[in-house]
Design a protein around this ligand. Structure first.
Ligand SMILES: [Ca+2]
Length: 356
């Protein structure tokens, strides 16, 4: 809104009530422009990258951080989340514990990939922030009801907390703005031939989240495996300093070292990709399709099965056999990110962490 002085001022003097309303509208405008997100995380090295990107992106307003077990135990993840928000000087953001284990299977932790403390073996200072006493899924429900149609969920770990929230209060489905998750793949897995790690760690929870009926964007391996953080970007981050800059430099140095051991040129930016898409959806190309999560397959448990052509044959039983009588359309439930402008994503990440 443009103010034309001095005519506007004279008008405002004449109408003090209108002046107040205008002032409130002007003050509210920047807050309304940023997207309110709840960041659900199993920190986690790439979770650290994602969180720091979120906290340094003015387009996002992080309303809460909920912790889920995955890369590390729930207890270690909570400690890591608290230390990171403390490092960022953001004790104002509630950090809550959630589920302690997946819905129907044993937890699989990944110190092998994330370091023994989950944060690339970097010891951050003890947290000045305190844990929020609320249970993660309850906090998610509460915040969605407090800001109907405004909250974007950004889960970057197994989907246990989100599934628990939906099961407890299905009314949140129509009150959430959208869900942008890191997980899944329609082109093969990273824990085995079929499954991506976040989905593999709690397939039943993932199926609940995928079938809930809310707008859902899947930022999976098709994005992360293409957005590789290489030494070129590491060198750029090494030129500047700051508590978050130096922490992220250390995490990425660890991750690149690991990637090089396995013959890769750089480290996949899995979790930060979901945050980047929340910031700027034009970074990715999406294809709408129906996706189900396999929960029973002998070789494929945890696979996100995307129907790329959008229909299924209709088989009808005739006596002792089925006969194909037609083809039925299947409604898409997911926007699957199938390609990414990797260079732009990586530059965005580096530019926002530099000097912080
Ligand atoms: Ca994660």
């Amino acid at each position: 809104m443009m103010l034309s002085f001095p005519g506007q001022v004279r008008w405002l003097r004449a109408f003090p009530f209108a002046a107040c309303l205008l002032l409130i509208a002007l003050l509210a405008a920047p807050a309304a422009a940023s997207k309110k997100i709840i960041f659900d995380t199993d920190p986690g090295t790439d979770d650290a990258l994602a969180l720091m990107l979120a906290l340094n992106s003015p387009e996002l307003d992080v309303r809460a951080i909920t912790v889920v077990p995955g890369n590390v135990t729930a207890e270690m993840g909570l400690e890591n989340a608290l230390r990171m928000v403390s490092l960022a000087g953001r004790c104002d953001i509630p950090v809550a514990a959630g589920a302690q284990h997946p819905l129907f299977q044993k937890l699989i932790t990944a110190e092998f990939w994330h370091g023994k403390n989950g944060l690339a073996n970097i010891e951050l200072p003890a947290s000045k922030c305190k844990v929020d006493g609320r249970y993660g899924p309850d906090l998610i429900i509460q915040l969605i009801h407090a800001s109907p149609h405004e909250i974007t969920l950004v889960p970057v770990g197994p989907l246990t907390n989100i599934a628990l929230a939906v099961e407890k209060d299905p009314s949140i489905v129509s009150l959430v703005k959208e869900v942008i998750l890191m997980g899944g793949s329609i082109t093969g897995g990273n824990v085995n031939a079929a499954a991506e790690a976040n989905i593999y760690n709690d397939p039943e929870a993932a199926q609940i989240v995928f079938q809930a009926g809310w707008p859902l964007t899947m930022v999976g391996l098709e994005v992360g495996d293409k957005a590789l953080f290489t030494r070129k970007y590491l060198d750029e981050l090494g030129k500047t300093h700051g508590p978050m800059n130096d922490f992220i430099f250390g995490v990425n140095k660890f991750l690149i070292g690991l990637a090089e051991q396995f013959g890769a040129a750089g480290s996949p930016m899995y979790d930060p990709s979901a945050v980047a898409v929340a910031v700027d959806s034009t970074l990715v190309k999406v294809q709408e399709m129906h996706v189900d999560v396999e929960t029973r397959g002998e070789f494929t448990r945890g696979e996100t099965v995307g129907n790329r052509h959008g229909d299924v044959e209709r088989n009808v039983l005739h006596g002792d056999r089925y006969v194909i009588e037609g083809v039925d359309k299947v409604a898409p439930n997911v926007k699957v990110c199938v390609d990414v402008d990797a260079e732009r994503l990586l530059q965005m990440f580096v530019s926002r962490i530099k000097g912080k």
